[in-house]
Design a protein around this ligand. Structure first.
Ligand SMILES: [Zn+2]
Length: 69
């Protein structure tokens, strides 16, 4: 279980991110993740969310790219 301690929470820098959680894209510990999940409902508009996904998901970006050479 020592691997888990490698992934430091990028929000509070005090907690650690469980490995399975890190692998699915989270960079925060569980308490910070919950706080961010609540904030997200208020701060992220649908349009921003789709733009955000383009930067975080290279595979999706390829699919959406009209230039298929
Ligand atoms: Zn944290």
């Amino acid at each position: 279980m020592s691997e888990d301690s490698r992934y430091l929470c990028t929000s509070c820098y005090g907690g650690t991110v469980p490995l399975p959680r890190w692998k699915i894209g989270y960079t925060t510990c569980l308490p910070c993740g919950e706080v961010q999940a609540k904030k997200r409902k208020h701060t992220v508009a649908p349009l921003n969310k789709s733009n955000y996904m383009l930067f975080t998901d290279p595979e999706l970006l390829k699919q959406l790219n009209p230039k298929r050479t």
